[in-house]
Design a protein around this ligand. Sequence first.
Ligand code: SF4
Length: 108
Amino acid sequence: MGYTGTYLHDQMPNLLEHELSEVWSASSLRSLVDMKKSQVLTHNSECSECDMFTICGAGCRAYALTESGSLLAKDPFACEVWKGCYRKQFDDIVAGCHQKGGIDPCKK
Ligand code: SF4
């Protein structure tokens, strides 16, 4: 997980200053580590009904917290990517491959 540029970044313990075992057992962010996707789904009806959830997973927890104040919220940036431009680009690639007669992974 990358938290750079998010609210969580400043709260992450520095492993150069603390033992991993100490951080693992005492971190205030333990709830983040233990969080299950099912909890996020229960909290977000939009995600629970979304056909992109298996690949998106409601996005990054750090961005969800930064943008909404809740670790259980959806990540608005991931949502925009998966529902928006990524989906369209993927559909365009597939359509282009079908027009060319299929996908040949060895062809450049
Ligand atoms: S694309 Fe949006 S609605 Fe769908 S799972 Fe991701 S965050 Fe949730």
